[in-house]
Ligand binder design. Structure first.
Ligand SMILES: Cc1cc2nc3c(=O)[nH]c(=O)nc-3n(C[C@H](O)[C@H](O)[C@H](O)COP(=O)(O)O)c2cc1C
Length: 324
């Protein structure tokens, strides 16, 4: 059996699963592992530059992968897009910002555009940008995101696309970590899923092993959305986005003391960076989704995909069998 959707057809995939372009965790190695296992791997560019694009596309070798940019960040260094397009990616994903200024260049290169969106208004902008695939990202997601939940945003965007652009495909993101999530996303009207945190917790991810162990000990109650890490890292994120991470000492210490943290960055940034390098999840941050509670082991990406598919197939079959 297999799950065939418009997404598998459009991108020539075996499974309707896309690796989220997670900054530094979604390396060329992880993206290649996901593509080799029948999904589509997207390398996360995050805050990195040209060296990262070269290194990670070399690491993916000849495997078909795409790239994912943080859109407002790309606007600060637009030349990176040409570099990524030169590598003949399977797709380019733009998240967090207006995709329209970059769409023409991507489409002119014959590369499908994926836009990750957090609201209906974003979804309309993605359609105006001629995106091939819209990813509706719910607030359950790890890392940056908005306030809408996956279970209402996905069907609402599905309805919108059916009305204004029926050929545009839809993926669901945010809290999808197993076969239940995949099956639910398909039932909500998605053509596939974009998965971040579950692949972050894979053997191929570029993640400190101590962060992995910290995440395995956490449950879905342990995460929070905040922007404290923007202050300490000096990132100028648009205020509509917050970042989901594990609750910890750093967030507890600085909650409600943003101005004080901003005034102490000279000292605090060095402390945060050191903790990050050492995999100290109490004094830096572990960026992860509410789905952390569904993650029980660090496994090869191929195992994660195989189980997700077989479990989704069983669940969809049992729901169908229950219909009288
Ligand atoms: C550690 C981490 C880093 C992320 N970095 C990025 C990023 O650089 N660019 C991006 O578009 N999305 C990023 N995301 C968000 C993902 O694209 C995606 O929306 C999210 O992982 C989906 O929810 P899930 O984590 O529940 O699977 C990140 C997510 C995580 C967990």
């Amino acid at each position: 059996m297999a799950i065939r959707t418009r997404l598998t057809e459009k991108l020539g995939l075996e499974h309707p699963i896309i690796l989220a372009p997670m900054g530094i965790a979604a390396s060329g190695k992880l993206a290649a592992a996901v593509s080799n296992a029948g999904g589509l791997g997207l390398v996360g560019i995050g805050y990195r530059g040209s060296e990262w694009i070269k290194e990670q596309s070399d690491a993916a070798a000849n495997v078909r992968v795409g790239f994912g940019f943080i859109t407002w960040r790309l606007a600060e260094q637009p030349d990176l897009l040409e570099l990524a397009l030169d590598r003949q990616p399977t797709a380019i994903c733009l998240s967090f910002g207006d995709p329209r200024p970059f769409a023409e260049q991507i489409l002119a290169a014959g590369v499908p555009l994926i836009c990750q969106v957090q609201t209906l208004a974003d979804a309309k902008a993605a359609v105006e940008a001629n995106a091939s695939i819209v990813v509706a990202q719910g607030t359950e997601a790890g890392g940056y995101g908005g306030t809408r939940s996956t279970s209402t945003l996905v069907p609402e965007v599905a309805d919108l696309l059916a009305r204004i652009s029926a050929d545009t495909l839809l993926c669901a993101a945010g809290g999808i970590a197993d076969g239940r999530g995949l099956a639910a996303a398909l039932v909500l009207g998605a053509d596939g899923v974009l998965v971040g945190s579950r692949f972050w917790a894979s053997e191929e991810a570029n993640v400190h092993p101590k962060f992995h162990q910290t995440a395995l000990a956490a449950d879905g109650d342990s995460t929070i959305r905040t922007t404290l890490m923007d202050i300490v890292r000096g990132y100028n994120w648009p205020t509509r986005y917050t970042n989901r991470a594990l609750k910890n000492s750093f967030l507890e210490t600085w909650r409600g003391r943003e101005a004080e943290l901003a005034a102490s960055v000279d000292v605090e940034t060095a402390k945060w960076n050191k903790a990050w390098d050492e995999g100290d999840g109490e004094n830096s941050n572990v960026f992860i989704s509410e789905s952390v509670g569904l993650i029980k082991a660090i496994e090869p990406a191929a195992c994660i995909i195989a189980r997700m598919i077989s479990d989704a197939e069983k669940r969809l079959a049992s729901v169908t069998a229950a219909i009288r």
